[in-house]
Design a protein around this ligand. Sequence first.
Ligand code: EPU
Length: 421
Amino acid sequence: MDKLIVEGGNRLSGTIRISGAKNACLPILAATVLTEDECVISNVPELKDVSTMINILSSLGKKIERAGDTVKVMAGRVSNVVAEYDLVSTMRASIVVLGPLIAKYGRAKVSFPGGCIIGPRPIDLHLKGLRSLGADLKVEEGYIVASAKKLKGGRAYLGGHFGSSVLATSNTMLTAVLAVGETVIEDAACEPEVSDLAGFLTAMGADIEGAGTPTIRIRGVKNLAGASYRVIPDRIETGTYMIAAVMTDGCLFLENARPEHNLALIDKLTECGTLVSERADGVEVCRSGAPPRSTHITTLTYPGFPTDLQAQMMSLLTLTDGISVITEKIYPERFIHVSELNRMGANILLEGPTAIVKGVKDLSGAQVMASDLRASAALVLAGLVAEGRTEISRIYHLDRGYEHLEEKLTAVGANIERESE
Ligand code: EPU
C-alpha cells in the first residue's frame, strides 16, 4: 500500500489544470448501456472509480477503449445484465447501472451496495424512483433483482430525509428516458453532475427539461443513439485546490474550472478574507496576506455548501484565529477526519453532526491515516501547512477521486512524494 509524505511549509503558486468530474463521468458512462451505438466520452479523468465503472461495463459485455482522457464505448448490446458483488462492493456509484439495464433490457441484477465509512447511505430513493416507473424490484441473496415488462412514465417524488440524492435522481432519469410517456421527477437533485448527465442523454436523443432544477420533466423516446460528449470539470477537485491556495498563503489559477459551480465555497472563502477572481477560463484564488478568518459552514444539497468539501474546509478552519462551527446535513457521521486532524494539533470538538473548530496557530506533521476520499484530501491540505513531515497512509482512497494529485501539487511548489509501504 502506498503512502504520501508531505513536508509542510511551501507556498503554492502557479496554475493547476482541473480534470473532468468523477461524479459526472460515472453516470454518463453507465448511460452508454442505453444505446447499441458507439459513444465517445472525453475529459474523463484517470481514476480508480472510473476504472471500476469501465470494468462493470466490460463485465456486462460492452467493449471499451481508452486513449488519454477519451473513452470510447463500442457499438453493441450487453451480453449480461448482472453487476457482481466484487465490483459493486468497491464503489457504491455502481448502482447507477441499474436504471439503464432495466430501461434498455427489461431486467437487471445488481449487487445491493453496503454502507460505507461516511455513513449508512440507503438506496430507498433509487428503488422508489424506479418503482414509480413500473419496475418490479426484489432483494434476493444480496442482489437487487429488477424486471419490467413495460416502463411507463410517472411522477417520482425523490425528496428524502437528507434532501435530494444525486444518484437516485440520475438512476430515475436514466430509466425514464426510454419509458413510455412523461415522467416528472420532483425534488430532484440540482447538482451540476445531474445537468451534465442530462446533457449527454439529450445528445443521445433524449427529451429532458429542467435538469439543474428540482423538477425534471422527461418524455420517453423509443431509442437512443450514440453520442460524443465532453464531461464538465470537477468542482470538488477545484474546491480542494482553492482551499490549498488559501491555506498555504499562496495564489493558484485553476484552469478550466467553472466558478459558477463553486459559489458556496467562493462565498465562504471570501468571508474568510480570500481574494477570488472568476474568469472565463477558470478561477484564481489568492490569500490576502492576513490569516484567514473563522466562519460557519452547513453542508447542504446544491447550490449549498457541498459535503464533499466539508473535510477540506475543516482543515483550513483549524488555522483561523476564532471559532468555526461546521454542521453536516448530508452525512451526519462524515467526521472521520476529525481525530486525525486533532493528532496534527487541531482543536476540534465533535457534538453529533456538528464540529466546533477552535483555531490554533500551527499544525504539526504526524503519521495519519486516510479513511475516505475527501478526508484524505483534508489530511494532504493539513500536511502542506504543518510544521515538519506528515505521512499519510492508505492513500488508495485519494486515487479514487484526485487525478495526478502529487504531480499537480508538486508543479505548484508543494513538497509531496508517494512511497510504497
Ligand atoms: N439518501 C437516502 N436514500 C437514498 C439515497 C440517498 O436517504 O436512496 C440520502 C443519503 O443518506 C444522504 C443523501 O441522501 O444523506 C445523499 O446521499 P447519496 O448517497 O444519494 O449520494 P450519492 O448521490 O450516492 C453523490 C456523490 C457523493 C456525494 C453525494 C452528496 C457520486 C458518485 N457521488 O452520491 O460523492 O457526497 O452525492 O453530494 O456522485 C465523493 O465524491 O467523495 C462522494 C461521496
